[in-house]
Design a protein around this ligand. Structure first.
Ligand SMILES: Nc1nc2c(c(=O)[nH]1)N[C@H]1C(S)=C(S)[C@@H](COP(=O)(O)OP(=O)(O)OC[C@H]3O[C@@H](n4cnc5c(=O)[nH]c(N)nc54)[C@H](O)[C@@H]3O)O[C@H]1N2
Ligand SMILES: Nc1nc2c(c(=O)[nH]1)N[C@H]1C(S)=C(S)[C@@H](COP(=O)(O)OP(=O)(O)OC[C@H]3O[C@@H](n4cnc5c(=O)[nH]c(N)nc54)[C@H](O)[C@@H]3O)O[C@H]1N2
Ligand code: SF4
Ligand SMILES: [Mo]
Length: 729
């Protein structure tokens, strides 16, 4: 038996931990953390091994499948048959209707493949596809919109200097489980521990006493009300003159307007709306302002709220007012060998509101339209109606707000839809074709889409460590082939590359990336810089990655800001509009509870529940309910409860836990499977996103965010036979 080891990296979540893979007779046997990896230094979580099980999962799709009946009923076909048919029908829909009849949907996993990202951009460009939906509206669009409003571009995304800060406020993030997002850092726990060890503080603002909150200080906030807490802090900073005047005078505009507009939000109101005592808010403001340095790091918990973009703006305003910007321990501009956001800026693809969704008029954010609008844009007749969809590694029926049957039924109306995926999932079971792709262990990679998120700039690359099954192809090959069969050369963004492709020279994504790499700040300039790298050099000579800088640079502000007057505006009209809306907004009081989400270590959004290691026998979905609420409603551990919102209702078992306060209920997403997976289907559970609204008025206004946290719901104990999960139209 020939056994060998190979170095590679995980591509499930953002740290992209370094791994040592053991391969026996061409079969991937196991993976473990690579102790010598420059970033992760041996860190690994159980999902990397779960992903090995997925490679050999009998439910994995390993040949092209054509729909031949009801949703989910497929038959294998040859690649030629599938690709010819898709190319022909796409061409016909394009000419019979218009290029605007075509749409793409990009899920989360494609972000972890440079080749897929490049080819999808090329495919969209070649076919002139305007409708580019994505799952960012359940994730980071609010953060990006805030970047545009404050710094002049969705692509300018300052990073929290967690390794050097003295005061970290973590708001709406649970990095001990999520392993961090928009920061690429496998050692976040060590970074946060070190803050405390050097006498600093880590304060976690979260409605649930999360794994992160348990390790550090916890402030419990009422779900969906962070804007009030942040306004309370900002009011205190201004009223008590705790602001850094020299920084503000030089770099910030609009402070007096902001101060006037937020004057009506007095500290008592901020306290009663956020559920945090006024004294606690004021003390937090004072402590933050007097710390040697401080950052506020927020993630999906504050993004996926009714005031998600505003939250992100306010988080940064706390940092800006205290002068903790572009200086050690504060918010810093990113640095990367290949700085994709910066390249996007130069190419003008850092768009915000350049395209708006057909019906609800929500803006694109960094080129992606909100997922929630896809269904209505398919079913509403008229100009630009969507008739064909390419779904690349996404599962919005489960992952998107109000997905469920509403989206499933919309997909059934399409004239052509095809999906690039590893599985038949709850969404692509409604497609005409499912085209099987390589697993990440079966392809080469460089973590290029997240390089600019590193707190310790580094770079690494991997070759494929095993051969893919014979019947699968890489996404770029598939998209390229469709474009080619449509007579357009290939799926290339750049016109000259399309010409070359027509002449028979197809430049692969690997060649292009190598070019980018070799001409980058870390590149070997084709031999002119001896210590520089190429793709081959990285995989050959730096199997554990290459460190580039110890820390992020400071003193960048003048060079990096992209606002017209070179200042950071605190009172952009959009921000003032949201502040006015915040003052007027009241939740319907007919619902007594507020629903929040939660991530678990053994789940990854919707796609890893079929791995035995992650979904052992007996693992069940539960909703966390506070003991006092449970007692009042007559619920015990394991009893079923109906959770009902204005959008729908689900029945789920309860876990009684004082992690959540009274009136809060926490329910993980990504469950309730009925796709082509045996174990995940059998695990039961419900699609929590049935409870989230997809109605245009319930979508956050500035970035089209889905409201996934702070959803008003009611709980009722179940008596008698359980009805099935149901949705309201
Ligand atoms: N209620 C609630 N909903 C949420 C969230 C939440 O916090 N609460 N979080 C949101 C967030 S942050 C995200 S990112 C989304 C994720 O939403 P999605 O991207 O829609 O869902 P995923 O489960 O990540 O995976 C989508 C599909 O990609 C496939 N896949 C896996 N690897 C590959 C690959 O290499 N190539 C291809 N082509 N396909 C692959 C999987 O089989 C799966 O079918 O969910 C969002 N939904
Ligand atoms: N194990 C695991 N890891 C993952 C993923 C996964 O599915 N499973 N998904 C990956 C992806 S795609 C992403 S984008 C990242 C996300 O990374 P994070 O954003 O760090 O992940 P979450 O655990 O969703 O953290 C959101 C936190 O917000 C809290 N929250 C909910 N409502 C509110 C509120 O109103 N106010 C405040 N202040 N907090 C609130 C929740 O309780 C939760 O603790 O995680 C990544 N890592
Ligand atoms: S933390 Fe994320 S990148 Fe690291 S091993 Fe786990 S899933 Fe993979
Ligand atoms: Mo995400």
């Amino acid at each position: 038996m020939a056994t060998k080891t190979a170095y590679t990296h995980c591509r499930i979540c953002e740290p992209q931990c370094g791994l040592v893979a053991t391969i026996s007779d061409g079969r991937l046997v196991s993976v473990r953390g690579d102790a010598d990896h420059v970033h992760s230094q041996g860190y690994v979580c159980t999902k990397a091994a779960g992903a090995v099980e997925i490679v050999y999962d009998p439910d994995r799709v390993t040949q092209p499948m054509k729909r031949v009946g009801d949703p989910g009923v497929f038959e294998p076909v040859s690649w030629d048959e599938a690709l010819d048919d898709i190319a022909q029908r796409l061409g016909r829909i394009r000419t019979d209707s218009s290029p605007d009849a075509l749409a793409t949907f990009c899920g989360n996993p494609p972000l972890f493949s440079y080749a897929t990202s490049m080819a999808l951009a090329g495919f969209q460009e070649v076919l002139g596809i305007r409708w580019r939906y994505g799952i960012n509206s359940e994730d980071a669009s609010a953060r990006m919109a805030a970047n545009a409003l404050l710094y002049g571009s969705v692509a300018i995304a300052p990073k929290p200097d967690l390794w050097r800060t003295h005061f970290a406020v973590i708001i709406g993030a649970n990095p001990l489980v999520s392993h961090g997002s928009l920061v690429t850092e496998a050692r976040l726990r060590e970074a946060l521990d070190a803050v405390v060890e050097r006498g600093g503080r880590v304060v976690v603002v979260d409605p649930r006493r999360t794994e992160t909150a348990q390790r550090y200080e916890h402030i419990s906030v009422r779900p969906g009300s962070d804007a009030f807490l942040l306004l309370g802090i900002i009011r205190t900073l201004i009223d008590k003159d705790l602001v850094n005047h020299s920084f503000i005078d030089r770099h910030v505009g609009g402070l007096s307007t902001l101060a006037d507009v937020i004057a009506p939000f007095d500290i008592q109101q901020c306290a009663s709306r956020s559920g945090i005592p006024a004294a606690v808010i004021e003390q937090l403001a004072r402590d933050f302002a007097s710390a040697d340095s401080g950052v506020v790091y927020g993630r999906t918990g504050t993004c996926t709220q009714r005031f998600g973009t505003l939250n992100n703006v306010l988080q940064d305003i706390v940092v800006l007012l205290t002068g903790n910007f572009d200086r050690v321990g504060g918010l810093l501009f990113g640095w990367a060998a290949i700085d994709l956001p910066e390249l996007a800026r130069k190419a003008g693809t850092d768009t915000y509101g350049k395209v708006r969704t057909r019906v609800n008029q929500h803006p694109d954010v960094f080129g992606l339209l909100p997922s929630t609008d896809l269904a209505v844009d398919i079913v509403t007749p008229g100009e630009g109606q969507i008739k064909a969809l390419a779904l690349v590694g996404g599962n919005p029926v489960l992952s998107s707000a109000g997905g469920g049957t509403r989206l499933a039924e919309a997909l059934e109306q399409l004239e052509l839809s095809f999906s690039l995926d590893l599985y038949i999932n709850e969404t692509n079971k409604h497609c005409h074709y499912v085209l099987p792709v390589t697993h990440f262990y079966e392809r080469d990679d460089v973590p290029v889409t997240t390089l600019a998120n590193m707190l310790r700039p580094a770079i690494w690359a991997t070759e494929a460590v095993i051969e893919p099954p014979a019947g699968v192809r890489q996404e770029w090959q598939i998209l390229n082939e469709i474009a080619k069969r449509m007579g357009r050369g290939g799926a290339h963004v750049l016109r000259p590359l399309r010409w070359l492709a027509k002449l028979g020279w197809n430049i692969t994504p690997r060649r292009l990336l190598d070019l980018l790499l070799r001409t980058s700040k870390a590149g070997d300039r084709f031999g002119f810089r001896r210590r520089g790298v190429s793709f081959d050099k990285l995989t050959r000579d730096f199997p554990h990655g290459k460190k580039l800088l110890d820390e992020l640079p400071t003193g960048e502000i003048d060079a990096r800001l992209a606002t017209p007057d070179g200042k950071i505006p605190l009172a952009a009209p959009e921000v003032l509009g949201e502040l006015a809306a915040l003052g007027e907004h009241t939740d319907e009081d007919r619902f007594g509870f507020r629903l929040i989400g939660m991530r678990e270590l053994r789940s990854h959004n919707t796609w890893m529940h079929n791995a035995p290691r992650l979904m052992p026998e007996g693992r069940r979905l539960t909703a966390r309910v506070n003991p006092s609420d449970a007692h009042r409603l007559g619920l015990a551990d394991g009893s079923d409860v109906d959770i009902t919102s204005a959008s729908g209702s689900v029945r789920v078992a309860v876990a009684v836990s004082d992690e959540v306060g009274p009136g809060t209920v926490a329910l993980p997403h990504g469950w309730g499977h009925d796709g082509g997976w045996s174990r995940a289907n059998a695990a039961g559970g419900v699609n929590s996103n049935i409870l989230a609204s997809a109605s245009g008025s319930d979508i956050e206004r500035l970035a089209g965010m889905s409201i996934l946290n702070g959803i008003p719901v009611d709980l009722s104990a179940v008596a008698g036979d359980p009805p099935p999960a149901r949705e309201r139209p």
